[in-house]
Design a protein around this ligand. Structure first.
Ligand code: NAD
Length: 481
């Protein structure tokens, strides 16, 4: 069968892109070519934005109670089709069916949270701010917003944004990752079925040109970006200079502290899941383990035992615990980072370069380094693969000092049974996502999400209450009658 060429969804219709250039979409477990993602042009972005701008005129006047009705329907449809969506996601991304389903469920929770918009969008009021003068502040939608998504959570990441944006009365354009466009194709079929008015939600497939066109477009009010740090910084800087609101979530290098008083079995299970889950392609994945006060040998032995048992293979097959990485190019990048670690003098305890998995897929096996030093590239750079680094430190202060020097501060966790250590850690640690006895410090939809330092550009983070600040403008009305 010829690989399917993806379409754009604009104004409630599926439209063939005029793009001459396309990106190839592969099943990373088999290497099979499954799709062609059109690299749409600036004109196609403009068309989607004009359609969304027109739809905004009516949508912003639609009562919020009516605006959330298609979201309720979308939630029901996503529940009904969650397993089907997970299978599509596994085919284009490679993660296991269980991981894919988990991410779809997290996405559904975003839709549920956005259904509370009549309460969450409320403003404030105070009478008699001065004699006979009353004051209220209301939240108003602003117009067209857009999101730019990464490859690693193909169904979930756009759901961090568009349910909140459209519930607030804005209209929206999604740009999926060109590496994994099929999940959003199915998502938008469900969006269509849910009955959003034409033009409220749109999707334009593509790559860099679409991103640049969104940055430059005068009728896009704001951008929600998720991806690597260099691109996050680029999008943030360029789009802010154009006067847009921007929230740009970037890359990560997550340091995890293990105290000698930790419940070790629990901690090691959690760290294995955090670092190896989704083949390490998670922005919250444990990457460097700072082992405090002599507990490193126990951590090393425990992780090695657990990681060796992980079954690597096609994520759609029963019993497989870890799928491939996204592409041949990304596999080469991960392998190069492993080789850099060896060259820098780290001890390769577990070598995942030639895993017991089908040769045609893009597989990297569980990889464990010991003897890692802070200055090594494997301790500093995001690897985004199933690689864990162990460092021995003398105490919590030294661990915190090291964590503070790491710029890609997305998530930090501590494993301990001491409330004192836990409090000190959460008080002082730099990353905005902080876990205490938690391997993946992911919040729920009703809390906000985003890292710190070079892992986040902006001020208002994703979902939770902050979404309402990002996607609305506050107007203060002072009145005297
Ligand atoms: P990426 O930065 O390569 O791509 C992200 C998006 O930007 C894609 O839609 C892509 O088309 C576009 N893009 C890429 N290069 C561009 C360029 N030069 N100019 C304009 N647009 C460009 O990221 P990725 O590889 O798809 O995703 C993995 C990265 O995302 C990792 O660094 C990971 O940590 C990060 N991530 C972060 C979070 C978070 O919450 N902080 C969540 C998920 C993923």
């Amino acid at each position: 069968m010829a690989p399917e060429r993806l379409k754009n969804y604009v104004g409630g219709e599926w439209i063939d892109s005029t793009a001459k250039t396309t990106g190839q979409v592969h099943n990373p477990a088999t290497g099979e070519l499954i799709g062609e993602c059109p690299f749409s042009s600036a004109q196609e972005v403009d068309h989607a934005v004009q359609v969304a701008k027109e739809a905004f005129k009516t949508w912003r006047k639609t009562p919020v109670e009516d605006r959330i009705q298609p979201l309720f329907r979308l939630k029901a449809l996503l529940d009904l089709h969650a397993e089907e969506l997970a299978a599509i996601l596994t085919r284009e991304h490679g993660k296991t069916l269980g991981e894919a389903l988990g991410s779809v469920r997290r996405g559904i929770q975003m839709v549920e949270a956005a259904c509370s918009s009549p309460s969450l969008m409320m403003g404030q009021a105070l009478e008699d701010i001065s004699r006979n003068i009353d004051c209220k502040s209301i939240r108003q939608p602003m117009g067209v917003f857009a999101c730019i998504a990464p490859f690693n959570f193909p169904a979930m990441v756009p759901l961090w944004f568009f349910p909140f944006a459209v519930a607030c009365g804005n209209t929206f354009v999604v740009k999926p990752s060109e590496q994994v466009p099929f999940s959003q194709k199915r998502m938008f079929e469900l969006v269509h079925e849910a009955g959003f008015p034409p033009g409220v939600l749109n999707m334009v497939n593509g790559a860099h040109d679409v991103v640049n066109a969104m940055i430059d477009h005068p009728d896009i009010e704001g951008l929600s970006f998720v991806g690597s740090t260099p691109v996050a910084e680029y999008v943030y800087t360029k789009a802010c200079a154009k006067g847009k609101r921007v929230q740009a979530l970037g890359g990560a290098k997550n340091y995890i502290v293990v105290m000698p008083d930790a419940e070790m079995d629990f901690a090691l299970d959690s760290i294995t899941e955090s670092s190896m889950g989704c083949a390490g392609e998670r922005c919250l994945a444990a990457s460097v383990i700072l082992c405090v006060d002599g507990c490193k040998d126990e951590v090393r032995a425990g992780l090695e035992t657990r990681m060796k048992k992980i079954v690597v293979g096609d994520g759609s097959k029963p019993g497989v615990q870890m799928g491939p990485v996204i592409s041949a190019a990304h596999k080469a990048k991960v392998l190069a980072k492993i080789e850099a670690g060896i060259a820098e003098g780290a001890e390769l305890v577990l070598d995942g370069r030639q895993p017991d998995a089908p040769a045609e897929g893009f597989f990297v096996g569980p990889t464990l380094f010991d003897g890692v030093k802070e200055g090594m590239s494997i301790a500093q750079e995001e690897i985004f693969g199933p690689v864990v680094c162990l460092m021995a430190v003398k105490d919590l202060d030294e661990a915190l000092d090291i964590a503070r020097r790491q710029p890609l501060a997305n998530a930090n966790s501590i494993f301990t049974t001491s409330g004192r250590s836990a409090r000190k850690f959460s008080y002082e640690v730099p990353a905005a996502m902080c876990g205490i006895n938690i391997g993946v410090a992911a919040p729920m939809s009703f809390f906000s999400f985003g890292g710190s330092k070079q892992s986040f550009f902006g001020d208002l983070k994703a979902h939770g209450r902050e979404a309402y600040d990002f996607y609305t403008d506050r107007k203060v009305i002072i009145s005297r009658w």
